[in-house]
Design a protein around this ligand. Sequence first.
Ligand code: S3P
Length: 438
Amino acid sequence: MSIDYVVSKAGPLSGEFRVPGDKSISHRSVIFGALADGVTEIRGFLDGLDCLATRDAFRAMGVRIDGPDAGCLRIHGVGMAGLTAPDQPLDLGNSGTSMRLLAGLLCAQPFDSALTGDASLSRRPMRRVIDPLSRMGAMIHGSDNGTPPLEISGGRLLHGIHHISPVASAQVKSALLLAGLYATGETRIDEPAPSRDHTERMLEAFGYPIHRESLSVRLSGGHRLRAASVEVPADLSSAAFFLVGASITPGSEILLRDVGINPTRTGVIQILRAMGADIRLERERMFGAEPVADLRVRAAPLHGIEIPEALVPLAIDEFPALFVAAAYAEGETVLTGAAELRVKESDRIQVMADGLARLGALVDPRPDGIRIQGGTLKSGRIESHGDHRIAMAFAMAALRAEGTIEIGDCNNVETSFPGFANMAVEAGLTVSTVFRDA
Ligand code: S3P
């Protein structure tokens, strides 16, 4: 069955909400919990399909994991050397984070393994992890063009490397750090710009010694991880749809509780504020190693901007939502330096450009970005190409459109935001879910 959304204009958005747990932090909590000594308890775990794929992969490698039960996951850690060979290839569904992080971990294990995924994941570039991991001594085979499935040979002795990464990618950095836990000597990664640092924060929380200095992180192999309790913040990447929805819809005011505001993630808030949005941070506090706040957002007139390239890695998952904000802003919004968007769950520059153009917007997609002329959108049908964030971004676009927007292929919203349609309805959108034969 394929799921379509049919979304139409409603009143202003209002209410208080907690969007589901942070995807990046949920993945990492399973990985480090599994490798730690002792029982790790996670609260606020995202039970979206991506994180469940990571959980299931560790279950298949002999780790007892209970839950999630009301957001609580208990992981009975097996220690650094306790994983066992999976009987079958590990199917990671739509999840690029699972595939890249597990590639780093599994190339250091004594057993062979294989990683597979759905059609979207099977198109995503893996050389960015295969090449540096191979330099560490790993043996990983992808398809000829460097895409999944990955065949990983076990029993390799890894050695640390100094990797100067051409892209700011937390997945690459985290894959190398995971391999580095098992390598002889030091593993060091230098990045061209900051990428999300949840791996570093969680390693520290689990008692693993690491060294960080501006754009560089290094660690040595051979230490152990201690079980910890993890409280997962609400995901700013999921909150972003409501930040945009409330900003563009006159009369709206919503409060989003417990949202992660790690400074390596807050580009979306900075960009929206630069466009004129009214977003306030309330009750700033820490959930363990991660900063959180309640976000209050009120409707405000938005204007187009040139998005500073330095903010691109800090907002990398929020551009589908930001493009919708740009489509309703006064004047032109220009994005450059964002070629990475072309290799996400879909080609997010092209797919958003096609959808916005379909709804009457003036857009000019470029190899590394897009120009969007603000105005209004009309009704129509767009395709999400199985990309969760495209589907949710266009759902918000319906708030100001002249008529109904139909969005095809929304099944993958479940990968990151289970319950999205219900929460959107509670906030004031009119969303119906239509099941069609695939
Ligand atoms: C993620 C890193 C980012 C992001 C993805 C989650 C992570 O990918 O787009 O959704 O959890 O490490 P890149 O590392 O490819 O930038």
